[in-house]
Every structure is written in structure tokens, then in C-alpha cells.
Design a binder for this molecule. Structure first.
Ligand SMILES: Nc1ncnc2c1ncn2[C@@H]1O[C@H](COP(=O)(O)OP(=O)(O)OP(=O)(O)O)[C@@H](O)[C@H]1O
Ligand SMILES: [Mg+2]
Length: 147
């Protein structure tokens, strides 16, 4: 899988930076000539993942959120969002629709939404060490149907 282009962004885990992260990733992907729907989906994925890092990961201690975007052949995109926050004890449970540790104000739908907009979606987490979300998504037409 040949890497064609890349972008790395490190932001303080503060909610004011969530919109910057979302818009930056969308702007970087403009070179692939995405549809409005694809851009909306990418923005939502980034927004949900960065919000999770800030709200859940860094609930107790502060830290940074790292966002990596990699473009590969055939319009394949990988977006990785990582924090060094508190981590997730049970990833399977956390990924269930409506599961939340955030109380009344959270719907517990972030992971489900991210998954539905991704071609492949993975979460890696180590309690006490942090969480990484890895999203693979085709943007535009894969030139050879992804084969
Ligand atoms: N980066 C993270 N660090 C620590 N815990 C996380 C992280 N991301 C998710 N979680 C845990 O996984 C649960 C489910 O996350 P999800 O995004 O699906 O729902 P939510 O954030 O609780 O609600 P919503 O996204 O609908 O506002 C969270 O409640 C939290 O316990
Ligand atoms: Mg969430």
C-alpha cells in the first residue's frame, strides 16, 4: 500500500480545538475531490473522536490529541486519532450503541456513528495509557474498486 500524502496535527485537548481539528482534516482531504456527503462524514468522525478524547480521555488529567491522516493509492484514507488519557476498560462494551459513562448529557452513540461512516473502524485502548481510534475510508471513487 503506497503512501501518497500525509498530515499530522497535535492539539491541546481542549474543546475549543475540536472544530479546528474537524475543519483541518476536511481541508486536507479536499485534494481528493470528495463529495459533500463524504466531507460531512469525515467531519463527524473527527468531531466525535476528538470530543471523546477531550471529554472522556482527559476528564481527569489534561493532555494532547494527535491526529494523523494518511492518503494511499486508490483514494484510500486512514485517519488515526490518539490520546494519552485514561483509556477504556472494556472496548466491546464501550462500542455498544447507547453505552455511555457520560451520564444524562451523553447519548452513547459516538462510536456507532463513527463506525457507520467508516469502511473499517478500530479502537485500541489501554487503561491508564490512552485510546487510539483508527478509521479507514475510501474518498471518491476507488480507481480500481479497492482491489
Ligand atoms: N478517548 C476515550 N477515552 C476514554 N474513554 C472513552 C474514549 N472514547 C470513548 N470512551 C468511552 O466509551 C464510551 C462510549 O463512547 P461514545 O462516543 O460511543 O459515547 P459517549 O461519548 O458516551 O456519548 P456521545 O458520543 O453520544 O456524546 C464513553 O462513554 C466512554 O466511557
Ligand atoms: Mg462520544
Amino acid at each position: 500500500m503506497k503512501e501518497i500524502n500525509s498530515m499530522d496535527l497535535v492539539l491541546a485537548g481542549r474543546s475549543v480545538n475540536e472544530s479546528f481539528a474537524r475543519v483541518s482534516v476536511a481541508a486536507f482531504l479536499a485534494q481528493l475531490d470528495p463529495t459533500l456527503q463524504e466531507i460531512a462524514e469525515v467531519k463527524t468522525i473527527v468531531s466525535e473522536a476528538v470530543t471523546n478524547s477531550i471529554v472522556h480521555g482527559y476528564a481527569e488529567k489534561k493532555g494532547s490529541v494527535q491526529i494523523k491522516v494518511r492518503l494511499y493509492e486508490n483514494n484510500r484514507v486512514r485517519i488515526t486519532i490518539r490520546d494519552k488519557g485514561k483509556g477504556i476498560e472494556d472496548i466491546t462494551q464501550a462500542m455498544q450503541p447507547c453505552f455511555t459513562t457520560g451520564g444524562e448529557e451523553r447519548a452513547g452513540m459516538g462510536f456507532s456513528i463513527m463506525q457507520s461512516f467508516s469502511d473499517r473502524f478500530r479502537v485500541r485502548s489501554v487503561p491508564g495509557k490512552g485510546t487510539t481510534v483508527i478509521v479507514d475510508k475510501y474518498i471518491g471513487q476507488p480507481t480500481d474498486n479497492g482491489k
